[in-house]
Design a protein around this ligand. Structure first.
Ligand code: GLA
Length: 341
């Protein structure tokens, strides 16, 4: 049976390092993504990539995904280990997402492979499975934002996600606005970064204070460790900025939305310490460009991309202009239930 699966990457407009704290964010699925196209059958998963030279060739009873070579195959192995499929796949993977820039190329690969391998279930269930696969593949205890955004994308809308319930609400993107993603020139190395350390610090704060939401910011004074206090301040204030941003988007107040993005960047830089000098310079320059409402680093930080909210054309041909796209999807062609159209 032939299969064609597609999963978008994502850009996060606001709300970083809040997902694993049961907080809030407003990401959107973008019109760059990953396609898996081929034939279901056999007892191995054999994938060629248009971006990487070496193919991936795995048995269905794959061992430790982290031992798989080439490295891009680890995400495939993570999915195979989670799904334990009884039938294999021979397919080609193609992606328009730049790798290592923080636009969730790994989540898009996970979702497209899971769908091609026959995943059945809700978008939320798909996201949970793919997040577990990512943990197995990379060893990084990532949250679920990337996978959930790819699984639940809505055309022309950003998504307000509440990570305490995994509820996703579409927030239409105002008219006459452009969302541009600009690479800082420094690739992100999430696995070797301090992501896990940040998450652990946030967990210490949650243990002592409870949910880092809807409480006065003074409550963080109860935390003894100044670093943990800073991390908690970021999460708490970022959650309020997300609420303000979604409200501003709903009424088309782009100035307010942009201001909140700039505050978010400051907080990620000063309190959460995940920015880099290159990202700071980039965000400062973008924010000072006429027609730009706001800009910030997007995703985990430690390199990667910034996102800017601007008037159409304000940044010329710099970066990628991205549009909000729909959710990951799959077509089975020529199978017994769904005859070729
Ligand atoms: C990475 C993780 C996400 C999220 C962001 C930061 O993209 O995969 O789960 O934590 O960093 O917001």
């Amino acid at each position: 049976m032939r299969v064609h699966a597609y999963a978008p990457g994502r850009v996060n407009l606001i709300g970083d390092h809040t997902d694993y704290a049961g907080g809030l964010a407003v990401p959107m699925a973008i019109d760059l993504g990953t396609t898996v196209e081929g034939e279901v059958g056999g007892n191995r998963v054999i994938l060629r990539s248009r971006q990487f030279d070496e193919p991936v060739d795995l048995p269905l009873d794959v061992g430790d995904p982290r031992a798989v070579e080439p490295a891009w195959g680890r995400y495939v192995a993570g999915i195979v280990a989670e799904m334990q499929p009884t039938v294999g796949l021979r397919a080609t993977v193609d992606s328009t997402l730049p790798v290592g820039s923080g636009l969730s190329s790994s989540a898009a690969l996970e979702l497209s492979v899971a769908l091609a391998l026959g995943f059945e279930g809700s978008g939320r269930e798909l996201a949970v499975l793919c997040q577990r696969a990512e943990h197995r593949a990379s060893g990084v205890p990532c949250g679920i934002m990337d996978q959930l955004t790819s699984a639940c994308g809505v055309e022309d809308s950003a998504l307000l996600i509440d990570f305490s319930s995994l509820d996703v609400t579409a927030v239409p993107i105002p008219e006459d606005v452009e969302i541009v993603v600009i690479h800082s020139g420094q690739d992100r190395a999430l696995a070797s970064s301090a992501y896990a350390a940040r998450r652990a610090q946030v967990e210490v704060a949650i243990e002592q204070l409870g949910r880092l939401r809807d409480m006065p910011v003074e409550e963080i004074d109860a935390l003894d460790d100044p670093i943990v206090r800073n991390r908690a301040r970021h999460v708490l204030t970022e959650n309020s900025r997300v609420v303000g941003f979604a409200d501003a988007f709903r009424v088309g107040d782009l100035r307010c939305a942009g201001e909140l993005m700039i505050e978010s960047h400051r907080s990620l830089r000063d309190d959460f310490d995940v920015s880099t000098p290159l990202l700071d310079v980039l965000v400062t320059r973008l924010a000072a460009t006429p027609g730009v409402f706001g800009a910030r680093l997007t995703g985990a930080g430690f390199g990667g991309c910034a996102v800017a909210l601007c008037e159409p054309g304000a940044l010329g041909d710099e970066g990628w202009i991205v549009r909000a796209s729909g959710a990951a999807s799959v077509d089975h062609l020529g199978g017994p239930d769904q005859p070729r159209a």
